[in-house]
Write a protein of this length. Sequence first.
Length: 255
Amino acid sequence: MAWQRSVDSGRRGDTWRTALWEDDGQVVAWGWAELPDHLSLVVDPDRPEVAAEVIAWFRSLAPNGACSVLESETHLVSALEAAGFHPDDGAPFFTHHRISLSDLRTPVVPDGLTLRHVRPDEVEKQAAGHRAAWSDWGPSKVTDEDFAAVMTTWPYRPELDWVVEAPTGDFVATALIWHDRVHGIGLVEPVGCAPEYRRRGLGQAVNLAALHALREAGGTDALVCPRGDDGYPQARALYQSIGFKPGARTKLYVT
């Protein structure tokens, strides 16, 4: 959420709507409507009845919208089906992958390249590295201002933001981890490598370096959520080569 809500937030205007559901000062659910048609939500499994309220709120904003949930979130699946949603089995999906930090390989990069974490004053270089990594998908909309927002958003920590630096000073591979200190888990998002530097092991190296840093920060496990369908298999192949194991997948529910 920290990554998604920081990047491009200034250009979304009124198309992002959020709401919280509280009980005695405790948040038991939230909904994030990305208009015109998508809902993200979290509902406390001990309060499954609140899911219907979140979905009704979303339907008031987007009568024909869609929602992705984990197949293991049965309380959300039941609420969506009760509200008239049905799974779109042909839609792209994501698979949660998890790795224990107890046994990590040592990251290695070719001679001439440097593996390190970023500094707080390197916003422009980090943004440029991200844009280069995603250049083969078309011009990236991520700006320097977007990355400035990312790097000042809780729980961002520069020591968990790793890069491979070329002799030119350019960042040619990046991996950022968001640390949930309460549960000891780190979420890897985003990761990228400039096209001209691919197939040199840099994706593995920068991820492993970030995972080592997460362990030093007190983390015990890491999570990453690549595409699970065959429309884009490269990312999951990278993470599985590092040691991530696939778990639950998402399903898209539509009306």
